[in-house]
Design a protein around this ligand. Structure first.
Ligand code: CO
Length: 298
């Protein structure tokens, strides 16, 4: 869905943020042996509040993904799954079912609890994508589960100076994303998938000064100020006082692609035990107890 830009819809960035730190991520496996890279790991949850996790997966080898993610629970946060290539079938205990495929997004609010599965619907070919965990404010952690499939064709796109931005959440250049600003008041997520198709192309995005932000480069390389960010690296953007956004520039001749993700920190305690993310240990014990007692879902 390509949006038409008005002349006034520019992102004014005069004091861009720099890079605080480059992170390589940790190769691991999850579900039934799915190989992935955990880019945003638990030690970074406080620094990148309200984001709890980012996993990147990508393989042409069915052995790396064929087991998928059989039935497992979640409580207390949202999962945002973005498929670049491949097909995954989702089913959950609230009776929702959907097919996640090339370029589509699944936004799931676990709230007080869901049990779901995510299983590949292909036996060969490429499977590539990302799963982001977005925290819920304390007062919404026990909300009713919610779920939305966002088809590829319905994600708003803009093209500015050789860069195409797919606006999954938030707003860019005056265009609202599939998850519009205001739909998540507590965390105000911005989620852009940026495609730099021209050598040297650059893209500016305004960011609220207090919001935490990071960039994950998944093709080619980008420069942020004087720092070069290689493929499969995350750049944590500095929360420089007086900064008003970020400017990303493609480096070299190869096309570059990156996720730009930002959000408003919740500044609340984080207690995590596997797929349960609450505010206190007591709430975690309760989550485990409720799950064992079969109180999740439905
Ligand atoms: Co899950």
């Amino acid at each position: 869905m390509n949006a038409v830009l008005s002349p006034g819809d520019v992102e004014n960035v005069t004091h861009p943020r720099g890079v605080e730190r480059i992170v390589a991520g940790t190769p691991t496996s999850d579900g039934a042996g799915v190989k992935l890279t955990r880019v945003l790991t638990q030690p970074l949850q406080r620094r990148l509040d309200p984001f709890l996790m980012l996993d990147a997966f990508g393989s042409d080898n069915p052995g790396d993904y064929i087991g998928g993610f059989p039935d497992h629970p979640h409580r207390g946060f949202e999962t945002v799954t973005y498929m670049i290539a491949g097909r995954m079938r989702h089913r959950d205990s609230a009776g929702n079912e959907g097919l996640l495929s090339n370029g589509g997004v699944q936004w799931m609010t676990a709230g007080r609890g869901v049990i779901h599965s995510e299983l590949p619907e292909q036996e060969e070919g490429r499977m590539e994508g990302f799963q982001l965990w977005l925290n819920l404010p304390a007062k919404e952690k026990m909300c009713a589960p919610w779920y939305r499939d966002i088809q590829n064709e319905t994600i708003p796109e803009i093209t500015v100076d050789g860069v195409t931005a797919r606006i999954i959440a938030g707003r860019s250049h005056g265009v609202d994303g599939a998850m519009a600003p205001g739909q998540r008041e507590g965390t105000q997520p911005l989620y852009l998938d940026l495609h730099f198709d021209a050598p040297g192309a650059s893209f500016a995005q305004a960011l609220a000064a207090g919001h935490n932000a990071f960039v994950y480069v998944y093709r080619g390389a980008l420069a942020i100020g004087a720092t070069e960010v290689a493929s499969q690296r995350m750049a944590i953007l500095a929360n420089d006082a007086g900064s008003d956004g970020v400017v990303l520039r493609a480096v070299g001749d190869a096309p570059a692609r990156a996720l730009l993700i930002a959000g408003k920190p919740l500044a609340e305690p984080i207690a995590q035990y596997g797929p349960f993310v609450m505010n206190t240990n007591d709430e975690i014990f309760k989550a485990v107890e409720d799950f064992r007692a079969g109180k999740f879902g439905g």
